[in-house]
Write a protein that binds this ligand. Structure first.
Ligand code: ZN
Length: 211
C-alpha cells in the first residue's frame, strides 16, 4: 500500500460520513487505475528511437525501389550503376514507373551464361515479379556485372511494356516472338546496346573521377 493510499484510509476513518467515504473511494480507485494505465503504456512503448528510425528507413527504401537485391555486393553495384550511368538510371526509372518488381540474385543460369532473366513471372494483385540472376562467383569484374545488369534490365523493360505478360508461358511466347536467335536463347539488339552503353558510361565516369 502506497503512502498516498494509506493517508486516504486514515481520512476515511476521520470523516466517517458515508457520502465522503464514497468520494474518497472514488479518488482511490482513480489513483489505482492511473497506475495501471501507466504500467500498460510503459509496456507498449515502441523500441528505442534509433531502431525505429532504422526500421522506418528500411521500410521506405523497400517501398520505394522496385529493383531489389538482398545480396550486398549486387545492391552496391545497382547503386553505383544508378549514380554513374544515365542509361541505367533511365532503365531503373522505367521499372520504378511500372507495376513490376525485379529481384536481382546471385546464382547460375547454366549453359555458361553469365547473367539471365529467368523465364519466370509471379503476379500478386497488380504487381508482376521478375528475377534477374547474375553469376557473381566467377566474375570479379564489377563493370562486367553492371553491364549484365543493364542488359537484363532492358529485357525487363521490354517485357513489362506488354501488360498481357502474366506468367512464365506468356513470357516465353513473347521472347520467342520478339527475340528469337538461331540458338535456344533469346536476345534483342536493344539489350546488347543497353549493356554496352552502361559499361561505357561507367568506365567514362570512373575515368572522370580519377582526374
Ligand atoms: Zn539478353
Amino acid at each position: 500500500m502506497g503512502a498516498y493510499t494509506a493517508q486516504r484510509s486514515v481520512m476515511e476513518h476521520l470523516h466517517a460520513n458515508s457520502l465522503h467515504m464514497l468520494e474518497v473511494r472514488k479518488v482511490l480507485r482513480g489513483v489505482a487505475q492511473e497506475k495501471k494505465d501507466r504500467r500498460r503504456t510503459e509496456k507498449q512503448r515502441p523500441p528505442t528511437l534509433t531502431s525505429s528510425i532504422a526500421k522506418v528507413a528500411w521500410e521506405e527504401s523497400t517501398v520505394r525501389s522496385r529493383l531489389r537485391s538482398t545480396d550486398s555486393r549486387l545492391a552496391g553495384l545497382i547503386e553505383q550503376a544508378t549514380l554513374g550511368s544515365a542509361t541505367f538510371r533511365h532503365l531503373s526509372a522505367t521499372v520504378e514507373e511500372s507495376n513490376g518488381i525485379v529481384y536481382v540474385e546471385p546464382g547460375s543460369c547454366g549453359h555458361g551464361v553469365r547473367a539471365c532473366l529467368k523465364i519466370w513471372m509471379q503476379v500478386s494483385g497488380d504487381t508482376r515479379f521478375l528475377r534477374i540472376v547474375i553469376d557473381t562467383a566467377n566474375r570479379a569484374n564489377d563493370l562486367e556485372i553492371m553491364r549484365s545488369l543493364g542488359h537484363e534490365l532492358q529485357h525487363v523493360v521490354e517485357l513489362l511494356g506488354d501488360p498481357t505478360i502474366k506468367d512464365g508461358p506468356t513470357m516465353f511466347n513473347y521472347m520467342k516472338r520478339m527475340a528469337p536467335t538461331d540458338s535456344n536463347r533469346f536476345e534483342t539488339t536493344a539489350a546488347v546496346n543497353a549493356g554496352n552503353a552502361v559499361y561505357d558510361e561507367l568506365r567514362e565516369a570512373a575515368r572522370r573521377n580519377r582526374r
